[in-house]
Design a protein around this ligand. Sequence first.
Ligand SMILES: NC(=O)c1ccc[n+]([C@@H]2O[C@H](COP(=O)([O-])OP(=O)(O)OC[C@H]3O[C@@H](n4cnc5c(N)ncnc54)[C@H](O)[C@@H]3O)[C@@H](O)[C@H]2O)c1
Length: 447
Amino acid sequence: MGSKALSFFGMGYVGLTSAVCFASRGFRVVCFDVDARKAELIASGRAPFYEPLVEELLKKALESKLLAVARDPAEAVEASDVTFITVGTPGNPDGSINLEQVEMASAQVGEALRDKDEYHLVVLRSTVVPGTTENVVKPIVEVRSGKRCGEGWGLCFNPEFLREGSAVEDTFNPDRIVIGACDKRSSDLLESLYREFYAEKMPPILRTTPVNAELIKYANNAFLAMKVSFINMIANLCQKIPGADVEAVAKGIGLDKRIGPLFLRAGAGWGGSCFRKDIEALLDFALKRGVDMPLLEATLKVNNAQPYRVVGMARELVGELRGRRVAVLGLAFKPNTDDMRDAVSIKVVKRLLEEGARVVVYDPRAMENAKKMFGSSVEYASSVEECLRGSECAIIVTEWDEFRRLRPEDFLRLMKEPVVVDGRRIYDAELFSSKLKFAAIGLGKTK
Ligand SMILES: NC(=O)c1ccc[n+]([C@@H]2O[C@H](COP(=O)([O-])OP(=O)(O)OC[C@H]3O[C@@H](n4cnc5c(N)ncnc54)[C@H](O)[C@@H]3O)[C@@H](O)[C@H]2O)c1
């Protein structure tokens, strides 16, 4: 049994994944979410989203009685020694960060701490702009609890780096742990908790100030997004050079140790709940302090245009898209998730509809979310075969393994016109080009 009991405020991708991972290693965890429907679902052993292993670990945690769902915030704080705040930090329409959920969770934790005698550690894991831990969370908890930070309770900012699609795997094997603590006692306590959790597989740990930890998270996401936008920019150039292929270029530069091979896969652009809103929040934060961030602006500019490029490639192969049946393969923002927040597919589908195409979509996991998003404007296929059957163009938007396995013969057999746009570079370009009408991101025309 873990020596500390933990509570989690916010049962989204981050909160639920962390909670079930801690429970799987013997820690008692208490979950709280303001969304009663979500809390009910979790209490019944069902994850409110698809993420490999999460539901299995949740069921085991409930069976072993290591995981409980609290009815109110006070119950969660009372039953734990450490509270992780894992609520959402969406963007406002102007790009600035919306801290309402963080403020509310801080107030709830603070209220609960008023009546608690034992020392309690509060750990903010949501991504927040520099200064939030010390200038927003700390004063709210102090006022609500009537206790100064460091006297009865401690506070850390501990950024989360997990990737959806491999969230459990990432939680068990992070590259590093960053702790931005308000004082030494808090930092020591959080480090000892992680030492207990990771035992002999303890990752490197970086102890720093809260602002540095907050900046590390933003700089990290911004850099990754910039790397992808960079290779997409090179991919766009490759398409104009006969014989050029971004795959070869990426491989060549990725072998340089100073660059590295990861996040150099050209495609239809990045999506997801984090990159855009974090870059926009950082840009807004910097602008308000008179600092220009042209690299971030360019990162967004390249990415905003990328989904439309695949539609343009389809138009080039097919001609007028009006009235054509176009199959969109992949809707989730990446494989192994059902998350469609800021997914590339949204822009692709909307543009296809604007151009008058008849759109049929398929995704192994995201169909429910897609139905909420697209309503009756598209046709929903229940398999990849059904999606391709009778289509006049297929666009690969998400690189699910199920799509990787398709051979040129499958497209030839099922489609009315075998035309494929590989928006994720999952196919052997030479083979596909020799058998059907084919275009791929970053592939220069051969004839
Ligand atoms: N999703 C990712 O891959 C990822 C990775 C790293 C960091 N992050 C960051 O982690 C944070 C959470 O992300 P997410 O994707 O899990 O968000 P999410 O939107 O999936 O989940 C947030 C949850 O918090 C709940 N909530 C809101 N206010 C609450 C309150 N006062 N008390 C209890 N619950 C409350 C919401 O109902 C929701 O269920 C964000 O700041 C995000 O930027 C996300």
